[in-house]
Design a protein around this ligand. Structure first.
Ligand SMILES: [Zn+2]
Length: 132
């Protein structure tokens, strides 16, 4: 069993990130168009964790060692790095002013704007007569 120590650990505890990511995804649904990119990103992450969890079951069933985890991680990391703007759209800072964003903005809003920049946008739209 020593050759499967990491696989056993992942098999036991990957359940929690799977549930957490899908719960966040369900909460994101109420923000509709404001957070579509982030909703898809959590969907991709949730599917990754779910498939990875299933892979640990397969490794245990076939009595394959921890080394085979590297294969899966490499196969997942390469496309994630290439498509990182799609898979990880979460930013901790505002792209305009660089100040921190709230947890709500971090998880649910695609614009990633801090409250100050969002207020400035709303004021500008109100002055120019709204979008469109
Ligand atoms: Zn800002």
């Amino acid at each position: 069993m020593e050759f499967q120590t990491i696989t056993l650990f992942l098999n036991r505890y990957l359940y929690y990130p799977v549930v957490l990511v899908f719960v966040v995804n369900l909460i994101q649904r109420q923000y509709k168009e404001a957070g579509t990119k982030k909703r898809y990103a959590t969907l991709y992450l949730g599917v990754f964790f779910l498939v990875f969890w299933g892979y640990t079951f397969l490794l245990m069933r076939l009595a394959m060692g921890d080394f085979w985890l590297v294969l899966f991680i490499a196969a997942a990391v390469v496309p994630a790095v290439i498509k990182r703007k799609v898979v990880f759209p979460f930013r901790r800072t505002c792209p305009r002013c660089g100040s921190g964003v709230t947890l709500k903005t971090l998880l649910f809003e695609d614009a990633n704007l801090c409250p100050g920049c969002r207020k400035a946008d709303a004021d500008g739209e109100a002055r120019s007569g709204g979008p469109g």
